[in-house]
Design a binder for this molecule. Sequence first.
Ligand code: IPE
Ligand code: IPE
Ligand code: MG
Length: 250
Amino acid sequence: MAPSPPLDPARIPRHIAIIMDGNGRWAQSHKLLRTLGHKAGVDSVLDIVRASRLLGVEALTLYAFSTENWQRPASEVTALMGLLKTFLIRELDDLTQNNIRLQAIGQLEALPVEVREALAQAIGVSAANTGMVFTLALSYGSRGEIAGAVRQIVRRCLQGELSVDDITPELISAHLDTRDLPDPDLIIRTGGESRLSNFLLWQASYAEIYITDTHWPDFREPQLKLAISDYQRRQRRFGRTGDQVVSQVG
Ligand code: IPE
Ligand code: IPE
Ligand code: MG
């Protein structure tokens, strides 16, 4: 793989969100069971967390399990939950030593109790860390998240705490699971599919999207740097003209 051009440290995306796809196909191409693809994917998680922290990324969000993924065969779901639990227990020291704060978004109550316990422990121990926010999207679905926000807002309106006219995009953002995070600047999807699969639909409004055919177990620091370098070559216009953006920067 060709080395990526040097990155501009002043233009590292604040928030990178990744759809970690392709574990099953990676395993298939190595004539391994799908679960071994997920196991190999854990090594990529470790590498990408470490590399992101060193690059100065403020927030990293990894889509690890969708609400739709509950429909997979029970044996695969059990294997994924086991890997998640082991990851949380085994990597806790390393996360805290690197000043990383862990949090989770999604329908966490649907997770097995032992995963919830390991998660609560890791979130609690790392709560005061200030280096990078590492968010795991677990049993996460964006439509479910938005429906939850609508329910909360309607309840507050009915209780007289809010009026219907208070409902703005900012208010909706403040009722999502991601309320403490900036919107993602860069969304990466590995495994080559061109879809969001119910990930951060609201928050992705102006994200730059980068899709690579590389399967998640093969996605490591060099591939992350390539994605960031691609991001840094883009002009983010937010509806304005290119000339307006250039004159504002210059
Ligand atoms: C992503 O890899 C991991 C999860 C969705 C949990 P996949 O398991 O979807 O891999 P492919 O898409 O079948 O290759
Ligand atoms: C998206 O991958 C979910 C995660 C990476 C956790 P999927 O493999 O589930 O997505 P689809 O089903 O191909 O859209
Ligand atoms: Mg997939």
